[in-house]
Design a protein around this ligand. Structure first.
Ligand SMILES: [Zn+2]
Length: 119
């Protein structure tokens, strides 16, 4: 993470706010059912690089399939700002919805295709 930057972001209505540190070198373009339907592009960071600044009590958890990823939705506007997951070895990881980063321009990001549909 040589070019890691600390970003701020949040949901649409502003209830949920976060700060995260990432270099955005790997942003997913995943073909799984939820990433496709919601237009999700994730950047994965260690939990210590993600801080919820507001809205901890305004989150609704959404689970599906094997419940491996805990999607966090704002109870007011429905935007998913992040998700909690674990790597195969059990290490906890936070998936930040990069579309929720303040001022982000998706078209300027390099996307990494992911074949999530097969899982
Ligand atoms: Zn919201």
């Amino acid at each position: 993470m040589s070019d890691a930057v600390t970003y701020t972001g949040g949901c649409h209505c502003g209830l949920v706010r976060f700060e995260c540190t990432t270099d955005l070198s790997m942003v997913t373009a995943c073909n799984c059912s939820i990433c496709t339907k919601k237009g999700l592009h994730f950047s994965f960071v260690a939990p210590e690089r993600f801080h919820l600044r507001a809205g901890g009590d305004a989150l609704k958890e959404y689970l599906f399939n094997r419940h491996a990823i805990k999607h966090q939705l704002c109870i007011e506007c429905g935007v998913e700002t992040f998700a909690k997951g674990a790597k195969p070895d059990g290490t906890q990881v936070i998936a930040i919805n990069v579309s929720c980063i303040d001022g982000i321009e998706l078209a300027k990001l390099k996307m990494t295709p992911m074949d999530g549909r097969k899982f």
